[in-house]
Design a protein. Structure first.
Length: 346
């Protein structure tokens, strides 16, 4: 059976160009700073984001945790949106490892109101923790890959500067946001003191994320990476893929976004399913189940029988993600199989 995998863009396999780059990558011990391929990747990432320095980390979760630990002291507070990845899906690392309290704000489609952030910043009081960091996710996973408006980021940045609070972006899918807005990634990253972005999602690397910021930030981050077990040796074998990702893969995201829009429009015509088309900004879409007797779990299992993989999102929705490893023919076939499932489940 040919599997059509809509679960995530993390399932992408390295391209042929990446496999060739692995074979020819010059290597060294990265903990000593001796791996030329890692050094090249870090220099490239810093240049793309218009930041002073970059650090190659194994995962986005580690990158976010390091940023929290550099910016904020134990006992301080980090402002997060309620459905953010850092709050929901990073195993309470902010509390357990960084020693930070989370201050959760309710957003709309993952977007926090700048006025709510302003009110959420703790005033000086003997009873209160200090607000040590504001963190924003872009694109926003739980909101279905929606992009944070630039004017909103600018307003939050102004508040952060006024209050001398650092601003971090969990930009796991930052390049998707840049493609959707038709801007360079640095145009989004310029509002932030630090940015994490993943190489291993839509950009198709097998492993790795980047953390960027100023020189002092990256110096501290490098030491924390070692403490957390992220010091890698001949890491050029995976950094070579990251270079391919940054040089060759961003244009692929345009195709992924078109595929997601096609899927949304097609599924919206199927009885029992509903997609909010105006909220498909990138390569993720939330598909809501309007059939009262049908749960997301049942639909996901039925799809799996037909060779279509998807993830449930609560009891009455599923998440679909388009990516490099799904061509147009597979996307169309996937939509047809979803329609077959819905007909059989009526």
């Amino acid at each position: 059976m040919n599997i059509i995998d809509f679960r995530s863009d993390t399932v992408t396999k390295p391209t042929q160009g990446m496999m060739e780059a692995i074979k020819h990558a010059p290597l060294g011990d990265d903990v000593y700073g001796d791996d030329p391929t890692v050094n090249r990747l870090e220099q490239l990432a810093a240049k793309i984001m218009n930041k002073e320095r970059a650090l190659f980390v194994p995962t986005g979760t580690m990158g976010n945790l390091i940023a929290l630990m550099v910016h904020a002291k134990p006992g301080e507070e980090v402002i997060l949106e309620r459905s953010s990845h850092i709050f929901l899906y990073e195993v309470a690392g902010a509390a357990r490892v960084a020693g930070l309290q989370t201050h959760i704000l309710e957003g709309v489609d993952g977007v926090m109101d700048p006025e709510d952030i302003k009110k959420g910043i703790r005033r000086e009081d003997i009873h209160f923790p200090t607000t040590g960091l504001i963190a924003i996710e872009n694109t926003h996973n739980m909101a279905g890959g929606m992009v944070q408006p630039l004017e909103n980021l600018a307003a939050i940045c102004e508040i952060a500067i006024e209050n001398r609070i650092p601003l971090h972006m969990d930009g796991a899918r930052l390049f998707n946001a840049a493609v959707a807005l038709n801007v360079d990634p640095s145009e989004i990253g310029k509002y932030f003191d630090s940015v994490m972005f993943c190489l291993s999602k839509g950009l198709s690397s097998p492993v790795g994320s980047m953390l960027v910021g100023n020189e002092e930030f990256i110096k501290k981050a490098r030491k924390l990476r070692k403490m957390l077990g992220g010091g890698m040796r001949q890491a050029g074998v995976i950094a070579a893929c990251g270079i391919e990702s940054l040089v060759k893969m961003p244009d692929q995201l345009i195709v992924d976004h078109k595929h997601a829009a096609y899927v949304g429009e097609a599924l919206n015509q199927i009885e029992g399913l509903r997609v909010e088309l105006e909220k498909i900004h990138t390569n993720i879409l939330n598909v809501f189940i309007d059939k009262e007797t049908l749960s997301s779990g049942t639909l996901v299992e039925k799809l799996k029988e037909k060779g279509v993989l998807a993830n449930p999102r609560g009891e009455k929705a599923i998440r679909l993600v388009t990516h490099h490893d799904l061509n147009k023919e597979q996307v169309v076939r996937g939509v047809n199989l979803i329609n077959e499932c819905m007909l059989e489940l009526r």
